[in-house]
Unconditional design. Structure first.
Length: 145
C-alpha cells in the first residue's frame, strides 16, 4: 500500500498582507477623524460668524431707531452718537472660549436733496489664532423713517 500525501493549501494571510491592511485601515481612520475635526471647526466658525452678524444687525437697528426729523432740525444719525462698542459674541460656551467682538458704525451722507445717509456697521472678531474676521451690514436711511 502506497501512501500518497496531498499538499493542502491553508487559506490564510501572510504577514505582509496583514501589515498592509492595518496600515491602510490606520490611514483611513486618520482621514475620517481629520475630516470630522475640520467639520467641527467649520461649524464653530459659522456659529461665531452668525453671532457677529446678529451683533452688527443689533447696532444697525439702533441707528434705524435714532430720530432724524428733517423739518424739526433733529438729526441723531451722527457717528458721534454711536461709539465703538466691544461686546461678547452670543455663542453657547462650553469652556472658557469667550470671543469679544468690536462694533464700529460708519455714517456717510449720500445726498442732501433728497436727504439720504448710508449706515454701515462692521463687527470684527477673532477666531482663535486664525486671524480677525469682519462682518459688515449696511443700509440707507432717509429722514422720518
Amino acid at each position: 500500500m502506497v501512501c500518497v500525501r496531498r499538499r493542502v493549501n491553508a487559506g490564510g494571510f501572510s504577514l505582509v498582507e496583514t501589515v498592509s491592511a492595518l496600515g491602510l485601515a490606520g490611514i483611513l481612520i486618520g482621514a475620517v477623524v481629520s475630516g470630522y475635526m475640520q467639520c467641527v471647526k467649520t461649524a464653530e466658525w459659522s456659529a461665531y460668524s452668525l453671532a457677529a452678524n446678529a451683533l452688527a444687525l443689533q447696532q444697525l437697528e439702533a441707528t434705524r431707531a435714532a430720530k432724524w426729523d428733517r423739518w424739526g432740525g433733529v438729526d441723531e444719525i451722527q457717528a458721534s452718537n454711536f461709539p465703538v462698542r466691544v461686546e461678547v459674541l452670543d455663542v453657547p460656551i462650553t469652556k472658557t472660549n469667550i470671543v469679544w467682538a468690536t462694533n464700529r458704525v460708519f455714517i456717510t451722507t449720500v445726498s442732501s436733496m433728497p436727504p439720504l445717509k448710508m449706515v454701515k456697521v462692521e463687527c470684527s472678531w477673532r477666531f482663535f489664532n486664525k486671524g480677525v474676521y469682519t462682518n459688515t451690514v449696511a443700509t440707507y436711511r432717509a429722514p422720518d423713517q
